[in-house]
Design a protein around this ligand. Structure first.
Ligand code: NAD
Length: 305
């Protein structure tokens, strides 16, 4: 058996096209152009690539981008002052602070200073609480993208055994809430889980958010299972990029799942790159569109499930 490859790039492109259509409609009907402010501190190369990709996607969707870049030594007070201004700016519907932040800045304090209705990353404690209570609110982009990808191959997640590896606030934990909302039976595995391969073998839907290159082997996967690989890991090898952060030499990007092994046993599988990554950016645009509608008393368009 050879797994069906879930083409995140194509699925994300389709979603972005629908979002662009809605943005054009909003502008024509309400003279409203959704805007997102992206705040970056320092020049971490991985963050810069991500921020550039975001800026391109925002422009293609017809939205406005407001970019704010600070040097690595910026003070927490300066950052909080900017966020205060963005919170009060009606042209800014979404605020995203690129993580990680340098050590002199308390990232939790910065996240908590964002107006919750503009928190398009969905990391504000109020949105986390709303989400956990089943109330409407902005949901983190990567987990949202994972569930959308799973639903392209699984008509319903109801009653399925879903195993999530990873319990971070950014991916693992919000995924649990989304999967519960879809009526899946959810297990969260992490670095202290005993006999991880057996836990994984129970999964009809396996989602890996670990950050360990190709850790999940083919024989950990239940035959026919759907596997969503969130991991982004740099390993030495012939890749498309040739300037890794902090060193010379070529590298390539791999996921948390040993793709060549998994492909032979899974029913469906996301590639890395080209799986979850493109969906994260598309979901950021979706959250910005939803935030802009909510802030202007308009009903959110029925796209993205
Ligand atoms: P994190 O480091 O905060 O969390 C990793 C989790 O993996 C932890 O909960 C830890 O308990 C678990 N873990 C670590 N080693 C383990 C082991 N040996 N066995 C079982 N569990 C183990 O990372 P994160 O921010 O959640 O990101 C996870 C991965 O997803 C990273 O590779 C990251 O780059 C990637 N990521 C991708 C996207 C995307 O858009 N595709 C977005 C966010 C994160």
């Amino acid at each position: 058996m050879s797994a069906r490859i879930i083409d995140g790039k194509a699925i994300a492109a389709e979603l972005r096209a629908k979002i662009a259509g809605e943005v054009a409609r909003l502008q024509a009907a309400h003279q409203l152009v959704p805007g997102i402010a992206v705040v970056q501190v320092g020049d971490n190369p991985a963050s810069s690539v991500y921020v550039r990709n975001k800026a391109k996607a925002v422009a293609e969707a017809g939205m406005r981008a407001f970019d704010h870049t600070f040097p690595e030594n910026v003070s927490e007070a300066e950052l909080l002052t900017l966020i205060g201004k963005l919170n009060g700016d009606a042209q800014v519907n979404g605020i995203l602070v690129q993580l990680p932040l340098p050590p002199q800045i308390d990232a939790q304090k910065v996240i908590a200073s964002i107006e919750p209705d503009k928190d398009v990353d969905g990391f504000h404690p109020l949105n986390t609480g709303r989400h956990a209570s089943g109330l409407p609110g902005l949901v983190p982009c990567t987990p949202l993208g994972c569930v959308m990808l799973a639903k392209t191959v699984l008509p319903s997640l109801s009653g399925l055994e879903a195993v999530v590896i990873g319990r971070s606030n950014i991916v693992g934990k919000p995924l649990v809430q989304l999967l519960l909302a879809e009526d899946a039976t959810v297990t969260v595995a992490h670095s202290k889980t005993r006999d991880l391969p057996s836990v994984c073998r129970r999964a009809d839907l396996l989602i890996t958010a670990i950050g360990r290159p190709e850790m999940v082997r083919g024989d950990w996967i239940k035959p026919g299972a759907t596997v969503i690989d969130v991991g982004i890991n740099r390993v030495p090898g012939e890749g498309r990029e040739s300037r890794p952060a902090g060193g010379a030499g070529k590298y390539k990007i791999v996921g948390d799942v040993a793709f060549a092994e998994a492909e032979k046993i899974a029913g469906a599988l996301t590639p890395v790159p080209g799986g979850v990554g493109p969906m994260t950016i598309a979901c950021l645009l979706l959250n910005t569109l939803r935030a802009a509608c909510a802030q202007n008393g308009l009903e959110a368009p029925q796209i993205g499930g």
